[in-house]
Design a protein around this ligand. Structure first.
Ligand SMILES: Nc1ncnc2c1ncn2[C@@H]1O[C@H](COP(=O)(O)OP(=O)(O)OP(=O)(O)O)[C@@H](O)[C@H]1O
Length: 149
């Protein structure tokens, strides 16, 4: 079953949007299999954003992501990687479609509320970086047969 890594960034936590954001993935029909609330270390932040290390905003991105707690999550379901990116919306909240998380709640690219893996390979790398195997729960929600054929 496909899995993705999502993290509610410090702005989402500070703005008390954790419940609202989680609700969107739950009601869509995806299954939560991992969840933790943590203050991110500089080492983890730099590893997570390694692909951006040459970009001018890398320093401020690492500062921001380590500045206050985040909610790290793993979600499971058919097509969850691409679907979660759609639910999240475009990187810049100002141009993100209304109805998406960033489109509904943000106005600034450096404060875009949530991270979502951009591909299945990235999801695997990020899940392994943020979670130990034993922190992920394998379970079948009772409503599965009402969600999919
Ligand atoms: N021009 C920029 N100025 C400031 N921050 C930026 C800029 N571009 C990207 N970022 C920050 O870096 C993060 C990673 O950028 P990326 O291009 O991977 O966007 P994304 O895949 O939509 O976001 P994420 O990886 O957080 O889900 C963005 O979410 C944003 O917080």
């Amino acid at each position: 079953m496909e899995r993705t890594f999502l993290a509610i960034k410090p702005d989402g936590v500070q703005r008390k949007l954790v419940g609202e954001i989680i609700r969107r993935f739950e009601t869509k029909g995806f299954t939560l299999v991992g969840l933790k609330f943590l203050k991110v270390s500089r080492e983890l932040a730099e590893q997570h954003y390694d692909v951006h290390k040459e970009r001018p905003f890398f320093g401020s991105l690492v500062e921001f992501i380590t500045s206050a707690p985040v909610v790290a999550m793993v979600w499971e379901g058919d097509g969850v990687v691409a679907a979660a990116r759609k639910i999240i919306g475009a990187t810049n909240p100002l141009t993100a479609e209304p109805g998406t998380i960033r489109g509904d709640f943000g106005i600034n690219i450096g404060r875009n509320l949530i991270h979502g893996s951009d591909a299945q390979e990235t999801a695997q790398r990020e899940i392994a970086l943020w979670f130990k195997d034993e922190e992920l729960v394998n379970w079948q929600p009772h409503l599965t047969s009402w969600l999919r054929e």
